[in-house]
Design a binder for this molecule. Structure first.
Ligand code: PMP
Length: 380
């Protein structure tokens, strides 16, 4: 959708993009400065495969300070983005036929990474009425002797849902009965949380050794293009990730790594400024979405997405008589008629919804929601 939106824009059409998953802020100045210094200091050569030791130490310090989690430097592997970390872990752990349990809706790449590793995704469906969160009973019912990994994000892309400590604890009780299942905890949106402090499932000692935290700098520090992510995991998994990465990408960009150290050492001031803007826009979009007949939304607790239910428009026709059959059709219609780029929920494993990112200016959001309302109102 982002690509199609860009194509329309290149024809001179004013398209508002609510389809991309990145902050609309610039990387903080102090982080950019650190990269310039790194260049001047000639950090331009191959770096160690799992990352510079002082970056890995900064990550260990962050995990202790912000999450009260104890890790050793040998348990951290820095990568070319959380995406590579997820892929590394799946390729490391999954043998053909192994099952990966994924709650829907999920971030698009999860299921495709499982395909690449010749595993099998087992989906647990959720909906807006449960705030897109699974229960312990649903988890227990999805487990089979072939289950190898449970994989989720909290805060979640695409729904913004955030699991509370109690909700995580209920899932942990299930995992305690199944000691062979690993848990990939994608915490890339941890700092964009409007309700509470971030809760990691790695805080539960009974399963910590089986949890692989995946995190990175893309969202918190608006560093999507710098390609910097990492895992925190048990030593065996960390070593395997190191080995795999050593034959694929090697250590990620040296300059990004030096900047990452400064990002973590200088703390969360800039993240909090960004979060305030997201909080304001979240309320704005919530009010505007609620004013559109046929759209049902919840108020997401984190990340920067809405995932409203739009299935009431299925079966309706546009001005040319074309029928809207699914969420992709609706997203295409909104792009072509409303000139707003969104993403159909079917990309995330849940067809009754669309995803809107509110990482855009207040004015763009107001105009986008006006256009969406107008376009939807034209369907009959
Ligand atoms: N996990 C989730 C849930 C994401 O939304 C994204 C980015 N869209 C990533 C991982 C990948 O992040 P990175 O830029 O660090 O590769």
């Amino acid at each position: 959708m982002t690509k199609l939106g860009r194509e329309l824009a290149s024809q001179g059409i004013n398209v508002i993009s609510l389809s991309v998953g990145e902050p609309d802020f610039n990387t903080p100045e102090h982080v950019k400065e650190a990269a310039k210094v790194a260049l001047d200091e000639n950090y331009t050569r191959y770096s160690p495969v799992p990352g510079y030791p002082d970056l890995r130490q900064a990550i260990v310090n962050k995990l202790k300070k912000e999450n009260n989690l104890d890790y050793d430097v040998s348990q951290i592997v820095v990568s070319t983005g959380a995406k590579q970390s997820l892929s590394n872990v799946i390729l490391t752990l999954i043998n053909p036929g192994d099952e990966v349990i994924i709650p829907t809706p999920y971030w698009v790449s999860y299921s495709e990474m499982v395909v690449l590793a010749e595993g099998k995704s087992v989906f647990i469906d959720t909906d807006i009425d449960s705030n897109f969160k699974i229960t312990a009973e649903q988890l227990a019912a999805a487990i089979t002797p072939k289950s190898k990994i449970f994989m989720f994000s909290s805060p979640c892309n695409p729904t913004g849902s955030v699991y509370t400590k109690d909700e995580l604890e209920a899932l942990v009780k299930v995992f305690e009965k199944h000691p062979d299942i690993y848990i990939i905890s994608d915490e890339i949106y941890e700092h964009i949380n409007f309700v509470d402090q971030h809760e990691s499932i790695a805080q539960f000692d009974s399963i910590k050794d089986r949890v692989i935290i995946v995190n990175g700098f893309s969202k918190a520090f608006a560093m999507t293009g710098w390609r910097l992510g990492y895992i925190a995991a048990n030593k065996e998994i960390a070593a395997a990730n190191d080995k795999l990465q050593g034959q694929t990408t090697s250590g990620t960009c040296s300059i990004s790594q030096r900047a990452g150290i400064v990002a973590y050492e200088q703390g969360l001031e800039t993240v909090n400024v960004m979060k305030e803007a997201f909080a304001r826009r979240r309320q704005l979009v919530y009010d505007l979405l609620n004013a559109i007949p046929g759209v049902k939304t919840n108020l997401p607790d984190g990340a920067f997405y809405f995932f409203p239910e739009i299935s009431s428009f299925f079966g309706k026709k546009d001005a040319d008589g074309n029928v809207i059959k699914d969420s992709s059709d609706l997203a295409l219609y909104l792009l072509n008629v409303g000139h707003v780029a969104t993403v159909g929920g079917d990309s995330f494993g849940n067809n009754n919804y669309i995803r809107l990112s509110y990482a855009a200016s207040d004015d763009s959001l107001k105009e986008a929601l006006r256009r969406i309302k107008e376009a939807l109102g034209k369907l009959s």
